[in-house]
Design a protein around this ligand. Structure first.
Ligand SMILES: O=C(O)CCC(=O)C(=O)O
Ligand SMILES: [Fe+2]
Length: 526
């Protein structure tokens, strides 16, 4: 289950449905042949019997007698074949029913519906347009779907948005449901059925706005009510909303969840613009001196932020290498979890992280080991011993609207779920994240940094890396980041996390007790 949380798995489901569809075509054809034969027999039979005469009267007539003989020989052959192929039908039915055991369940469908609502919210997509089957970001970027959504689909999505506290979107979806219902020739839901949901959604929307304000950790409304004049809107909250509407505001350690979430989505939409005094210092360059083989194939570095240091290597993996990682991972994909306050280090699954993942171990393939060496040489860190200096590769594939809300990668030691083990203490925390995109994503799916104001668009074979720890090995919250919802495409990433415990020979201690580590060579910036 959790099928909606991986596009790669949905592709497998697509192939499965292809097979089932073909079998059902066979099934239908057989049944049609059968009904035709039986139908023909019965038509004649009924005609004769409708006269309601007794046997003597009918059979006394030689032509009638002949007809009966013919019916029960030649015509019966077809009926007999039809009844015997019933066995065949049962076989097909069994096959199809067997396959359908791995079909999505109600929970998967709800997940998919809510993902659509979230996607629409994150990228501010026009709901009517979406309902008509057009995933449109801008005039330039649009992805027509094969068919639109019907009124019942829109109502279903609206209800899910409502249940998750997205009241602004709930009203949008449910009123679109009413619109669609009005013009639907093949009525999937009636306006009369939709109306009560719409008025409830509007009432709750206005209530929440009045009592709690437009934004919170688990609710959202429009800044304006639909119906009533709201007198006592929580102004504090509203002015904050105004503030984050300013394109230069970034998240800080003091930001509540909802504020960071708004900034996250704004960065996802590409609306963030950092001042030129910051961006003008960023450079691109070739790096070839750190290892002899980089002379032949220099690293193509592009900086995205200096403080904290966030940069990418273009063309870090070849197409063959990215394909290899995907193929090693796809068999064992499992729903990704994340830490939470309540569960501590024990992961939980939620819509905070809608992807599936699996671990690819060092040593599982010689190319994997070659890549580990390349990464380690590129960032100047020690990857060994395996799963100590650096973790195994975590390969993940995102689902419909798949995303990962802002978080820090470090903190594996300090989460509340009990004391760290001796092994964890020795291994240290995640000092550096090295993440490679294993595929292109047509739209959406950027990796964004809510404190640093950086958005990195996925590109097949490109790697992005950043430091999660300061020089004194304390956590650096300024590298909080998340994965934006995937609007179109299948997003694959591959993480390698370096740990601090094994880096004592590689990374010189700073002369300042607490400073940010930079690149290359782990030099420092304040
Ligand atoms: O998908 C992304 O862009 C970010 C993924 C991430 O932050 C993680 O896996 O820890
Ligand atoms: Fe992360």
């Amino acid at each position: 289950s959790d099928m909606y949380s991986s596009v790669a798995e949905l592709e497998l489901l697509y192939v499965k449905e292809q097979h089932v569809g073909q079998r059902l075509e066979d099934f239908l054809l057989l049944i049609k042949q059968q009904t035709a034969a039986i139908d023909q027999y019965l038509t004649e039979f009924r005609e004769i019997r409708s006269a309601n005469s007794d046997s003597r009267a009918v059979i006394s007539n030689p032509i009638n007698a002949f007809h009966m003989m013919r019916r029960l020989t030649i015509s019966w052959q077809s009926v007999k074949t039809a009844l015997e192929t019933q066995v065949n039908v049962t076989e097909i039915a069994e096959d199809v029913l067997n396959i359908s055991k791995s079909f999505p369940n109600d929970e998967d469908l709800s997940g998919a519906a809510f993902s659509l609502a979230q996607l629409q919210g994150a990228y501010r997509l026009n709901v009517s347009q979406l309902a008509s089957g057009n995933v449109q970001m801008s005039d330039r970027i649009s992805f027509p779907s094969l068919r639109g959504l019907n009124a019942r689909d829109c109502l279903f999505i609206g209800k899910h948005a409502f249940n998750k506290g997205l009241y602004d979107q709930a009203v949008d979806w449910i009123s679109t449901a009413a619109e669609v219902a009005q013009s639907e020739s093949n009525q999937s839901a009636t306006v009369a059925e939709i109306k009560p949901f719409l008025s409830t959604a509007i009432r709750v929307h206005d209530d929440v706005l009045e009592k709690k304000g437009p934004l919170g950790d688990n609710w959202r409304t429009n800044p304006e009510p639909f119906k009533r004049r709201v007198k006592t809107v929580r102004l504090g909250n509203q002015s904050k909303q105004q503030r984050i509407a300013d394109a230069h505001t970034l998240a800080t350690d003091k930001s509540p969840v909802w504020e960071e979430t708004e900034i996250f989505f704004r960065l996802c939409r590409g609306e963030q613009s950092r001042p030129t005094r910051v961006t003008s210092k960023l450079k691109c360059r070739h790096i070839s001196h750190t290892q002899p083989y980089f002379m032949v194939r220099p690293l193509k570095l592009e900086e995205h932020s200096l403080v904290p240091y966030i940069a990418v290597f273009h063309d870090f993996m070849s197409d063959a290498e990215t394909e290899l990682f995907k193929s090693l991972a796809i068999e064992n994909l499992e729903r990704s979890a994340h830490g939470s306050k309540r569960s501590g280090r024990q992961g939980v699954t939620s819509d905070k992280r809608t992807s599936k993942q699996s671990w690819v171990q060092d040593g599982s393939h010689h190319v994997v080991d070659k890549i580990t060496k390349r990464i380690s040489d590129s960032v100047g860190l020690n990857s060994q011993p395996s799963n100590v200096g650096s973790e195994y590769y975590q390969v993940a594939n995102y689902g419909i609207g798949g995303r990962y809300t802002p978080h820090s990668d470090h903190g594996v030691l300090s989460q509340s779920g009990g004391q760290p083990t001796e092994f964890e203490l020795m291994r240290g925390d995640r000092i550096l994240t090295f993440m490679t995109y294993l595929d292109d994503v047509e739209e959406g799916g950027a990796t964004v940094f809510t404190h640093a104001g950086v958005a990195v668009k996925p590109k097949k074979g490109m790697s992005v890396f950043w430091w999660n720890l300061m020089s004194d090995l304390s956590g650096d919250t300024s590298t909080r980041h998340g994965g934006c919802p995937v609007l179109h495409g299948s997003k694959w990433i591959c993480n390698k996390w370096f740990h601090s415990g094994e880096q004592f020979l590689k990374r010189p201690c700073g002369n300042q007790p607490k400073s940010r580590i930079s690149y290359p060579g782990g030099g420092e910036r304040s």
